[in-house]
Write a protein that binds this ligand. Structure first.
Ligand code: GLN
Length: 213
């Protein structure tokens, strides 16, 4: 029997409902996390897409910044998509003046990086570690004012890169790192919660199960 872990979705701002649906499809019990005490009831946490500076401000306003940072540092598995990837990154380029992150992932992300070319685009990605290897359908990835990863530390696995880039500037946007894993942290620059494809969430739920084993 496979365990059905309880995964919290940080529900301060962003596309919370989509993550709840994807987690449920991937075999987890999804619950909303809106206050610090609710962190105690979850095996893992999803940081949704939205606006990283807004989520950071709300985390501080509700006294959740240090507790969430502490939970991640203590080994709670976490999945961040888009704004969530920014929140998990140790370093951010093109950040707002006072922007801070929770950190945990030894990566440097550039905010709104593709936005210099075009705000949003979709692309089919090949990513064996995310269930989209040879013989499987590619992962249809939706990018919305997405960051890209500019640098990765030695313990970071690169799981996916952009292929063709965008029309406006194919070259700049091609070959960019858009999915990474380090230990119990998984992050994507795109939105795996959009599009009814639960493969990325399934990989995450497996990471949560491994963390419990
Ligand atoms: N779709 C998204 O999550 C966009 C992220 C946003 N550009 C940020 O900086 O937080």
């Amino acid at each position: 029997m496979t365990a059905r872990p309880t995964v919290g979705v940080l529900a301060l701002q962003g596309d919370v409902r989509e993550h709840v649906a994807a987690l449920t499809a991937a075999g987890a019990r999804a619950v909303l996390v809106r206050r610090t005490t609710e962190l105690e009831d979850v095996d893992a946490l999803v940081l949704p897409g939205g606006e990283s500076t807004t989520i950071e401000k709300l985390l501080r306003a509700f006294g959740m910044f240090a507790p969430v940072q502490g939970a991640v540092a203590a080994g709670m598995p976490a999945l961040g998509s888009c704004a969530g990837m920014i929140l998990l990154a140790d370093r951010v380029l093109d950040a707002t003046a006072d922007q801070r992150t929770l950190g945990g992932l030894d990566i440097t992300v550039r905010r709104n990086a593709f936005g210099r070319q075009v705000d949003s685009f979709e692309e089919d990605l090949h990513a064996p570690a995310l269930g989209a290897g040879p013989g499987a359908d590619p992962l249809h990835a939706v990018f919305i004012r997405a960051p890209w990863v500019e640098e990765t530390g030695p313990d970071v696995e690169v799981l996916a890169r952009t292929v063709a880039g965008t029309d406006a500037d194919e070259h700049e946007a091609a070959g960019r790192i858009v999915a990474v894993r380090q230990g119990r942290l998984l992050a994507t620059a795109f939105h795996p919660e959009i599009g009814h494809d639960p493969r990325v969430h399934a990989v995450f739920v497996d990471m949560v199960r491994d963390a419990q084993a």
